[in-house]
Design a protein around this ligand. Sequence first.
Ligand code: PLP
Length: 411
Amino acid sequence: MARINDNYLKLKAGYLFPEIGRRVREFTSANPAARVIRLGIGDVTRPLVPAVLKAFHAAVDDLGGTENFHGYGPEQGYDWLIDTIIEKSYKPLGVELKTSEIFISDGSKCDCANILDIFDLSNKVAICDPVYPVYNDTNVMVGRTGEANDKGYYEGIVYMPCTAENNFTPAPPAEKVDIIYLCYPNNPTGAVATRDELKQWVDYALKNDAVIFFDAAYEAFITDPSIPHSIYEIEGAEKCAVEFRSFSKTAGFTGVRCALTVVPEGVTAKTAKGETVALNKLWNRRQSTKFNGVSYPVQKAAQAVYSDEGWEQVREVIDYYMQNARIIREGLTAAGIKCYGGVNAPYIWLETPEGMSSWDFFDKLLQECNVVGTPGSGFGPSGEGYFRLSAFGERENVEEAVRRIREKWGK
Ligand SMILES: *Cc1c(COP(=O)(O)O)cnc(C)c1O
């Protein structure tokens, strides 16, 4: 009989969002008149901008004619998209990249999961807590961990608690690890890493021959000019870091699907025999074998994000979300709730009032304000006592939610 990958059985059942859904359904069926406002999900709500839509449509028409028809494209993505990204997104940061160092894909979620293909199971992995669950669960799936303990920590992973005490940005661990996941601006905490903090990590990685996986899905939301948008703004990162970026949150592509992974040629790791191999070569081989590229119209739509018109329109949408973030942050702060994030990220991470647990606050907020958020404990044990509100909503809903919360908790 065929055997399954038993590591999948170590995973705890998808609990957070199904449980939120269950509690919201229970509440709405008992209170059908309540107008529930959802500030829980990490998905965009604004439509694609006109410049992107126009390029998308034109590229679909190309496929309908013999002259500009496109079949299989390069597995790594079209050079015209990669070179546009280098020119418009990395050059202005002072970051030099080669076409061969960027790989276009259909999502950062898949990339940060798939990258584990090219690493041995013996690597020691460090993950923040709370965290985007993909980093943890994909390591469980490949068999790098033992079972989870009562807290939800898997044996074999080094967890780095991120709390108000360390500004939600951990210092490098005392022990030696081989792979480190960092996500800045952060989901769920909305925290950012300063240049000095990132430098500490790059120095640690260079000293310990470690690789940093840097998830920059929210870099476009940074408003503070002193905060780096890319790990490659830190000297030496081109020798130790892989960076993931996505059009999902930047340009509303969560349903369109386009992202990129940067694997500089100078990033290396060791073979079993101790020889040095460039990760770029292995990732290229992995993608060429297991992936057939992102569709031509999607890559054309992504390129249009960087046209003058496209960028201006995309910025407007980001500004809209960041205004929402400001309204939430200021409104809740005025109600006496301690808030973090929401300045360089579309998430507000708040301390639950009166020391409530994350789920107790969830229930109270739902019942008394008819507002849905995400319990911090769902992102990891150190998220207990915190709560995430998302700025990806409609303005009037955001304003109404804040009004209700202020009525309830405002003094
Ligand atoms: C939304 C998000 C992504 C983007 O994932 P895609 O697969 O590109 O849509 C990546 N990382 C984090 C932390 C996210 O929240």
